[in-house]
Write a protein that binds this ligand. Structure first.
Ligand SMILES: Nc1nc2c(c(=O)[nH]1)N[C@H]1C(S)=C(S)[C@@H](COP(=O)(O)O)O[C@H]1N2
Ligand SMILES: [Mo]
Length: 404
């Protein structure tokens, strides 16, 4: 974490009205990408559908669900704003007047407040954290048996530098929280498409909300948040799945419920408390919270050809989830080869590059993968832990390479 470079001026400058240009619906001569989804249609358009976005895998246009192609992760450990995946549950305003935007802070606080962007920016020290933004459903489309929900490949993740103020400092602007406060709820400007459908509301337990690195952020990679990523403000919770990273933040409500009864906390984004089998019903669940470690080979894709008899470098990215990365090993074919990790200069929650040099390719690589472990000892499992919503996938991802 470091002092953010952005000043209050940067947040407001150029942000009188920020609008999202309409998606380019006239389809370009569509390039298709194969996501390798075992259970269903696997081809998706790969197009720059939204102005301000590069080539993205288009799952849905309204509300947008865009996935980052794995090839983008070869470019570096920071995902540029125009390649970060996009996910919205409900439609959101495509034009926002920054000078009219307010964040309502209420519930179990001393005095309810309605804060301008200036007041939010002045609430405390400006803090930057580099952190992986990952959907809890990332990789869900690879689940076997197939599960319902957006059929993501593994590109519902990205790593960016986020800058803002601490949620804690924003709560202090409302005189602080009541002694009986249990959770802090966040809601954005997006509204349900259908009458009576629940708003997207998420909440954090008090100790998380008060953490040093849990932010109300206005900048992503030193730029104002793009509309698709939640302009003008979003919550950032390093180490936790991005379902908690509420975008277009408009409301903060402190509640005294130990368990939040709202739909997106009580009914969905939950995980079986103990392993289940397909078809099981009525089992206890817990909310999805922290991320487990993951790692990916980015230098090669499944089915690629490598030169027989020649040296080979495999490379990729890894992250530790809710704790720093400890090690990455190349596994498969009886191997367990430690990989070199790039220096840890972006902090514990960022993507980190790894690589391994093999002196000579002796034949095909059958089902090889990398396995990350974090400093808490959490390690990627050999076999996939199935769950009905395909949440929190972190099985070792394997590829096969042909030697020629
Ligand atoms: N207001 C609002 N915030 C939201 C959501 C949403 O639907 N509305 N979706 C959440 C989910 S499920 C994900 S995965 C992330 C995606 O963040 P991104 O689009 O910036 O990558 O936003 C989160 N924040
Ligand atoms: Mo998500």
């Amino acid at each position: 974490m470091s002092e953010g470079k952005l000043t209050r001026r940067t947040l407001i400058a150029g942000a009188g009205v920020t609008a999202l240009a309409a998606p380019v619906l006239a389809q370009q001569a569509g390039r298709l990408i194969d996501l390798g989804l075992p259970g269903g249609p696997s081809l998706r358009p790969l197009e720059p559908v939204f102005p301000g976005k590069g080539e993205m895998i288009v799952h849905r246009v309204r509300p947008p669900v865009l996935e980052t192609p794995m090839s983008a992760f070869r470019e570096g450990v920071i995902t540029p704003n125009d390649r970060m995946f996009v996910r919205w549950n409900w439609p959101f305003p495509t034009e926002i007047k920054a000078n009219e935007h307010r964040v309502a802070v209420g519930g179990a606080v001393k005095r309810a407040a309605s804060l301008t962007l200036d007041e939010v920016a002045a609430a405390g020290e400006h803090v930057s954290v580099v952190a992986v933004n990952q959907c809890a459903g990332n990789g869900r489309g690879l689940s076997q048996p197939r599960v319902t929900g957006g059929q993501w490949g593994n590109g519902a993740m990205g790593c960016a530098k986020w800058t803002g103020v601490r949620v804690r400092d924003v709560l202090a602007k409302a005189g602080g929280t009541a002694p009986w406060a249990k959770r802090v709820r966040f809601a954005g400007l997006d509204v349900p498409l259908t009458d009576g459908a629940p708003q997207f509301i998420k909440s954090l337990p008090m100790d998380m909300a008060m953490r040093d690195d849990v932010l109300v952020a206005w900048a992503m990679n030193d730029e104002p948040l793009p509309i698709l990523h939640g302009f003008p403000l979003r919550i950032v919770v390093p180490g936790w799945f991005s379902t908690y990273w509420v975008k277009m933040l408009a409301t903060i409500e402190v509640i005294d419920d130990e368990e939040d009864p709202s739909h997106y906390m009580a009914d969905t984004y939950r995980f079986p408390a103990a392993p289940v089998q397909p078809g099981d019903k009525g089992f206890p669940t817990v909310p999805i919270t922290t991320m487990p470690p993951r790692s990916f080979i980015t230098s090669h894709a499944d089915g690629d050809t490598v030169a027989l008899g020649k040296p080979l470098v495999l490379e990729g990215i890894a992250f530790g989830g809710d704790a720093a990365l400890d090690r990455v090993d190349l596994v498969g074919m009886g191997w367990e080869i430690p990989c070199t990790l790039a220096p840890d200069d972006l902090g514990p929650y960022a993507f980190r590059r790894w690589w391994v040099e093999l002196p000579q390719v002796a034949g095909d690589f059958e089902q090889v993968g990398v396995r990350a472990r974090n400093v808490n000892g959490a390690v990627q499992p050999e076999t996939f832990v199935w769950n009905p919503s395909g949440y929190a996938r972190n099985v070792i991802e394997r590829i096969t390479l042909r030697a020629q």
